[in-house]
Write a protein that binds this ligand. Structure first.
Ligand SMILES: [Zn+2]
Length: 139
């Protein structure tokens, strides 16, 4: 393959960006049709992408152990990202992100510090013990 100079590479990127911009509607239409025709495949792809994103984030924050920091539960279905300082609800409101889009945000932000992996049980117990639970009126 011919190696492009930085200038040529930038030109190519710019051309691609312009092309994408000019053909935005065509591309959207094409993708819509493709999804309609391949709805099952599309669903599988989405599921794979969502799963891979979660595995990546859980893997990073559990240092490759893929387990709850507290009880060592390894069931990916119940593992979540917990805010060490317990301002999760507030931060989610600020970011307007939860679930998958929160995981994507963590990856795009270069895995910021202050998060840990907890299972849903341990997260809820921590919330109750720290009175983080929104609306909690207990003692
Ligand atoms: Zn746990």
């Amino acid at each position: 393959m011919i190696k492009l100079s930085l200038y040529e590479e930038l030109k190519k990127k710019e051309y691609k960006r312009n092309w994408n911009h000019l053909h935005q509607e065509d591309r959207r239409e094409y993708m819509r049709n493709w999804r309609r025709k391949n709805s099952n495949l599309h669903r599988i792809q989405i599921r794979k992408y969502v799963k891979a994103t979660k595995e990546k984030v859980i893997g990073y924050y559990s240092k490759g152990n893929n387990e709850c920091k507290n009880c060592k539960n390894k069931d990916i279905r119940v593992l979540t990202i917990d805010h060490v300082n317990g301002n999760g609800a507030e931060e989610r409101r600020k970011l307007k992100r939860s679930g998958h889009s929160f995981y994507v945000w963590l990856i795009k932000s270069g895995f910021p510090e202050g998060y840990q992996v907890l299972c849903l049980n341990c997260q809820r117990i921590k919330e109750i013990e720290n009175h983080e639970w929104y609306g909690y009126k207990g003692d």
